[in-house]
Design a protein around this ligand. Structure first.
Ligand code: ZN
Length: 310
């Protein structure tokens, strides 16, 4: 197998995971666990979102979380925003990286915002200039890039239109997201190849949910096309409020374990992540969809070989 040498992983459990949890964690608990993740070696951590606290009460204290975390040199702490208010909140609490999102589903976008996805991105222009004035870097994400529960299919042309709208707005770091878990490896490889060829200036991220068990297979498909940046969530928490039966993000420890077994470097301490994932499940009060958290690492040998009784 032709494997890449190294990938970068962003821990998104604190945003994508916790926003779907009934239990609301305290800012202190979130910050402490974010600090543990930074120590474990994550290059990027999505620490929360600056969106309406009425719509997403789990993220209402993201400002406080940013004040509490001990920022580690070299670690990027990012937050999701939805509009200009988000940039203002980010600037006020020392957050220096924000991410905007648009759904590639035309049906979804028209129903909610009465405009096409590319028109939504054009409206982000004011956020981009405000962010730049405050010294905040900004990236973009495209959810439902591989399929949506409302559209028969998402034409690649629509995804390309959104990418181009982001580029026109001055955003060159873009994440392709499969929030509804509809992507398959062949499709991922095809779209990744097309995107990389058409927009070589973009720094790409891939974001997969494990709704139908294809999360890590989709990561491998992305890696095979030279994509090197992936989102994942501690213990596989998360979901998607619009998608019935949606599972969480791919679990961070499953992703790191796969990489470790295959010799792909991540720079992240898997044992520290397993401990952090265990802590996450304690805090939310239940386990999620993580295989390695349940079964342990493949390299961990059982001490005694079982002997069958005569
Ligand atoms: Zn997601």
């Amino acid at each position: 197998m032709n494997l890449i040498e190294k990938i970068r992983v962003c821990e998104v459990g604190f945003r994508d995971g916790l926003q779907n949890e009934k239990t609301i964690l305290s800012a202190a608990d979130k910050a402490a666990l974010i600090d543990r993740c930074a120590e474990a070696g994550f290059p990027v951590i999505e620490a929360g979102s600056f969106v309406s606290p009425k719509a997403v009460p789990q993220m209402a204290d993201t400002d406080e979380v940013f004040r509490l975390i001990h920022k580690k040199e070299g670690t990027e702490y990012r937050a999701l925003i939805a509009n200009l208010k988000g940039v203002v909140r980010a600037a006020a609490c020392g957050c220096t990286k924000v991410k905007m999102n648009v759904s590639a589903s035309v049906a979804h976008n028209i129903a909610n915002l009465n405009c096409t996805p590319a028109e939504s991105v054009a409206r982000f222009g004011e956020c981009v200039s405000a962010a730049k004035e405050s010294g905040i870097s900004i990236s973009g994400s495209i959810s439902m890039a591989f399929g949506s529960p409302w559209d028969k299919e998402i034409p690649v042309a629509v995804v390309r239109e959104i990418v181009e709208a982001y580029l026109r707005a001055g955003i060159t770091e873009i994440s392709l997201s499969d929030a509804s878990g509809q992507a398959n490896p062949a499709q991922v490889a095809k779209i990744c190849r097309e995107m990389k060829e058409a927009y070589p200036e973009v720094s790409w991220w891939l974001h997969f949910h494990n709704t139908r068990g294809l999360g890590l297979a989709n990561v491998l498909a992305g890696m095979s096309e030279g994509f090197t940046q992936f989102d994942a969530a501690l213990s596989g928490i998360g979901g998607c409020p619009f998608v019935p039966g949606a599972a969480g993000n791919i679990s961070t420890e499953d992703l790191l374990h796969m990489c470790e077994e295959m010799g792909v470097a991540t720079g992240i301490d898997l044992d520290a992540v397993l401990a952090a994932s265990r802590r996450m499940t304690e805090l939310i009060g239940h386990t999620a969809d993580s295989y390695v958290l349940r079964a342990g690492k493949a390299s961990e040998l059982i001490r005694e070989v079982p002997v069958r009784r005569k």
